[in-house]
Design a protein around this ligand. Sequence first.
Ligand SMILES: [Zn+2]
Ligand SMILES: [Zn+2]
Length: 295
Amino acid sequence: MSLFVASLNSGSNGNCYYVGNDDEAILIDAGISCRETETRLKRLGLDIHKIKAIFISHEHADHISGVCVLVKKYNLPLYITPRTLQNSNILPCPEMIRNFDNAIPVVIGNLRILAFQKLHDAADPHSFVVSNGNVFVGVFTDIGAVCPQVIHHFKSCNAVFLESNYDEEMLETGHYPYHLKKRISGGKGHISNREAFNLFKEYKSKTLSHLFLSHLSNENNSPALVEKLFEKAAGETEIIIASRFKETALYNIKSAETTTITEVLRPEMAPYFPIKKSVRRIKVFKNEFQLSLFE
Ligand SMILES: [Zn+2]
Ligand SMILES: [Zn+2]
């Protein structure tokens, strides 16, 4: 069992995350144009026709701006809560609208999509955990605060797209007006690098093979800062910074059993990541059975 994942874009200028297996896939949010979505999927060697649905986390423009064209052009079911739809300015084809409920999984082929509520200044915001058998991928951006639900799901995921929105000092001393600073850091906006890092440090499990730091602020953060912070505590987890300008490579996420093979797929299709071309790591976790046999 495995899941293929990529961020097509991540940040206040647009969010779109691809999660799929060999047969079907979904997009979490559609905040970049249909044309850019097509281009970036193609660069990753992904067939857009494998996408069976789009799930919307909340109504902010950076999560929905490309959705109507995508839904119409590819006849894609759009999973969105009634309150999110009401508070958005999108008008998708009514027959493509599907609802989802907090904590009630939606099944699409072999994919299971579980939504849970998050703290964010939107009408009815949700985070998602997508699973395929025993492989779990979380998409936790725009989360406002690290609530018990986030901690609970973070502990059991094999890969997580985790918001690391701002550096606290940069926000504090930056040029944003006071009300905007309050909105971002007030518990229903975004989480800081420190909050994301504390979650990672305290609750990462051995099953977490990949961490995608996501939704980085352009004004109050820098990819180098985030990378430096997380690298020192990375351990066995691969740290990836999701860009606000381009897609990440495509990653194959597998369950952490006795042997986990991690590789970057189709490096020739990901020209922005030449350094990854030769990456092929094999991680072997000893379990108790092995220990009793060999020690
Ligand atoms: Zn956002
Ligand atoms: Zn938002």
